[in-house]
Write a protein that binds this ligand. Sequence first.
Ligand SMILES: Nc1ncnc2c1ncn2[C@@H]1O[C@H](COP(=O)(O)OP(=O)(O)O)[C@@H](O)[C@H]1O
Ligand SMILES: [Mg+2]
Length: 343
Amino acid sequence: MPLEPAAVSDFLTALQRMGLTSPGEHPHIEPLAGGVSSDIVRADLARGPVCVKRALPKLKVQADWQAPVERNRWEVAWMRTAAAVVPDAVPAVLGEDAQLGMFAMAFLDEAAHPVWKARLRDGHIDPSFAAEVGAHVARIHAATANDAAVRARFDTGHIFFPIRLEPYLIATGRTHPDLAPVLEDIAHQTGARQLALVHGDVSPKNILCGPHGPVFLDAECAWYGDPAFDAAFCLNHMLLKCLWRPQWTARYLDCFARLATGYLEGATWEPGTELQARVARLLPGLFLARVDGKSPAEYVTQDWQRDAVRRVARRFLQQPVPNVAAIAQAWREDSAHWPRHDE
Ligand SMILES: Nc1ncnc2c1ncn2[C@@H]1O[C@H](COP(=O)(O)OP(=O)(O)O)[C@@H](O)[C@H]1O
Ligand SMILES: [Mg+2]
């Protein structure tokens, strides 16, 4: 969709105010595809291409999924905080215009930075990359755990609840009323924890495969809260990808295992058993949410897929387990009953 003239004008104003363009410079501005919650553009400046992002008041996926535009502020703040911990794992922030709710970052070209989701879909399934994702997320959590200043900077529970916990967990409880109390309990327990800086949307669509490893984008759900959320959120995608390309189930589950290990090995801020138990509790909730919550995965289109997720997710919501490997194992066993898919 082309940008409205008013939006183009806002991007130009912001670039000027951020000091990225000279007076009289009129760069070409091109919308980028893929964003669901923002206008995101490539601007070709005299200094080279940059990427500028602005949060939109409503997500394009779901009309009643409101998300305050102020979240752009926390996205930049997350990028800056993460850059101090894992500099290669975030795009360099080039400027911010808080008044217009925009920020500029280095433009990372797709040839050198393919989106992980596309790599997974196309069969480039690299468990060691998944391990790196887990390790990086853990480093950011570890570096920000028990840090009062970071905690004060990311006091965004009022945003995290409506954009993450409600649409995934609470909404799923409306589809599965027998599970509503447990899903609500998971949401409230998660929302009440303030342990480390959470990204909030660690999904393969928001991770680029860069020459120096994973690059994390799209931190607009940033929140000082329960780090288990990030781990469960990303592990969930490794389970879901099995439905997209069932012939590669074993390989996605290798990624699951390596992601979990990479993450848990770096989790130094609290006992691993407690952390893993929370991840294992969140995981089936988030899994079910991608079938019966407000944002179903777009490649889950068939009844056998939904039934498979419901079978496994419901079982672990009813009978929680303390380790994530048990959930992956159940999913692996369930996959034996799926329609046949040959390589
Ligand atoms: N710094 C960047 N350089 C190049 N492309 C980017 C950059 N940031 C985002 N993109 C592209 O734009 C898409 C959407 O960005 P994202 O931050 O995830 O927005 P949204 O919040 O709308 O999902 C990404 O999947 C990626 O393809
Ligand atoms: Mg995104």
